[in-house]
Design a protein around this ligand. Structure first.
Ligand code: ZN
Length: 494
């Protein structure tokens, strides 16, 4: 057992807590007692002084006061959330500006929090899809607990969200909600029948299943959406749209009725129709929103598929003028119904952020994830060039295998050969789109590959490095995610 007594004298308030390894913003005094976090031999622990805190850990006594040194376990995270409600996720999507910052590694929170102390946007600190959980070997408990611990440690009381991202099945939604996630992003892609979007007209007419109610409501009709925008439905586009989206609407409605309508869970609902190849037309957007609304489905955000490409970890690829034109209409539709547009794969989309902030009139949700991982790998290149070279070579060897899962235009032949780069030049690879995407899409194998003896090839080494250089990682994120916010806010008041 370590000597935890060293932490307690700070309660006399005459000593500098930092000198004792205590996180100063984590100190919460209640009555005679106190709870705080401290570094103890490279591990962060919770120290509780006084009675009845109900943490699980090593008990000891200082001057007759009962104390406990509690490790950062799931049980202790639950207890923190109970004692200090600001460490539990809350619904934030109703705020004007919200940004999801998926912390795949569970180490980015400190840097993220600094960004959201500077801007008025609210963070969704915990945000992972099931695929990300599988690739990182984490659970939703881990993801949420990591957010709780860092929020407590940094004394971040503004409130944050937790997003069960891109969930596709009722049981996934149930799991996230039961754990206290404050937001569900429902991925409707498996219910979207895209084959009807491009089907020859004769075949479409043949396969179309008539719905007299919808026909009476939409066919040949024009809807005033406001702000000069109207949508009208001709026969062909109507039939295609109904066939593509009817099941999406049924699915989202069933999930809403099962989990949201009775108010059992206090969570925000996001409808995601972005995981598809064809951009969402204004007509389709209006139709989906109008039908969901008619069925009483309430949702805070909707993610359409925008024109152009939102590839992982690189800037927008496509016609920005067209993006702006189409977004303007999507934004009006969202305002008409009263929800916010959600922009997915928002990492590094610097050339469209300004437009997004302006056309949504400063009411938006943006999700980033991969860019936080890239900053972590950039840190590896900066402080341990040899390790980075090893990982880079491994990533190249896994490239073909992982491209199955991603739509990227990465050409690895354009990445400079690392033997031609000196150590200082390695960091410049993170300005190189192909190198960024290579590292971006191989995060699963990098974190999970094991050697013949069953030891992780890289995972333990990179986590040790990130821990040792935690402040530098926080600085990188503060600057890089900060730049995202800076651009999003830039044109807002025009
Ligand atoms: Zn998405």
């Amino acid at each position: 057992m370590k000597d935890y007594k060293q932490f307690v004298p700070l309660l006399g308030a005459k000593v500098d807590p930092v000198a004792y390894g205590v996180y100063p913003l984590s100190v919460n005094r209640i009555g005679d007692g106190a709870v705080f976090m401290a570094e103890d031999g490279g591990e962060t622990i919770i120290v509780a002084v006084g009675k009845d805190w109900d943490f699980t850990g090593v008990e000891f006594e200082v001057n007759g006061q009962p104390c406990i040194a509690a490790p950062l376990t799931h049980a202790n995270a639950k207890q923190l959330r109970k004692l200090f409600p600001f460490t539990a996720p809350v619904r934030v999507l109703g705020k004007d500006r919200t940004v999801g910052v998926g912390d795949r590694l569970g180490i980015a929170g400190a840097g993220h929090i600094r960004v959201f102390q500077k801007y008025d946007a609210f963070p969704v600190l915990a945000q992972q899809s099931i695929r990300e959980l599988n690739l990182t070997g984490r659970t939703y408990e881990d993801v949420l607990d990591a957010a709780t611990f860092v929020v407590y440690r940094e004394g971040f009381r503004k409130g944050f969200g937790a997003d069960g991202d891109h969930l596709k099945k009722p049981e996934e939604v149930a799991m996230a909600l039961r754990l206290g996630f404050s937001m569900i992003t429902l991925d409707c892609s498996e219910h979207m029948h895209n084959e009807f979007a491009s089907m020859p007209l004769a075949e479409l007419h043949e396969k179309y299943v008539a719905d007299p109610v919808l026909e009476a409501k939409y066919l040949g009709k024009t809807f005033e959406v406001g702000e000069g925008v109207t949508v009208s439905f001709d026969e062909e586009s109507f039939k295609r749209m109904v066939m593509v989206y009817a099941e999406v609407i049924d699915f989202a409605t069933s999930i809403y009725r099962k989990f949201f309508s009775d108010g059992t869970y206090d969570a925000d609902f996001e409808i995601s129709i972005d995981e598809t190849i064809t951009p969402t037309t204004p007509l389709e957007h209006f139709f989906v929103a109008n039908e969901l609304t008619a069925r009483g489905v309430k949702f805070e955000t909707l993610a359409p598929r925008f024109c152009g490409e939102f590839q992982k970890g690189v800037d927008y690829i496509g016609d920005i003028v067209q993006f702006e034109k189409e977004l303007a209409v999507h934004a009006v539709i969202a305002r008409h119904f009263g929800y916010k547009i959600s922009l997915h794969s928002g990492s590094d989309k610097f050339s469209v952020f300004g437009i997004f902030g302006r056309l949504t009139k400063g009411r938006f949700h943006v999700k980033t994830a991969g860019t936080n991982w890239l900053e972590a790998m950039k840190l590896v290149a900066m402080v341990d060039p040899d390790l980075y070279r090893e990982i880079h070579a491994f990533a190249l060897s896994k490239f073909t295998e992982v491209t199955k899962y991603y739509k990227v235009s990465t050409d690895i032949t354009r990445i400079p050969n690392l033997s031609t780069l000196d150590d200082k030049a390695l960091v410049k690879l993170f300005c190189h789109n192909d190198a960024r995407q290579l590292i971006h899409i191989t995060y699963g194998p990098i974190l999970s590959e094991k050697d013949a003896k069953g030891n992780y090839l890289f995972k333990d080494r990179v986590y040790d490095l990130w821990k040792l250089h935690a402040n530098q990682y926080s600085d990188l994120l503060f600057s890089h995610i900060g730049r995202h916010l800076e651009e999003l806010y830039k044109q807002m008041r025009r």
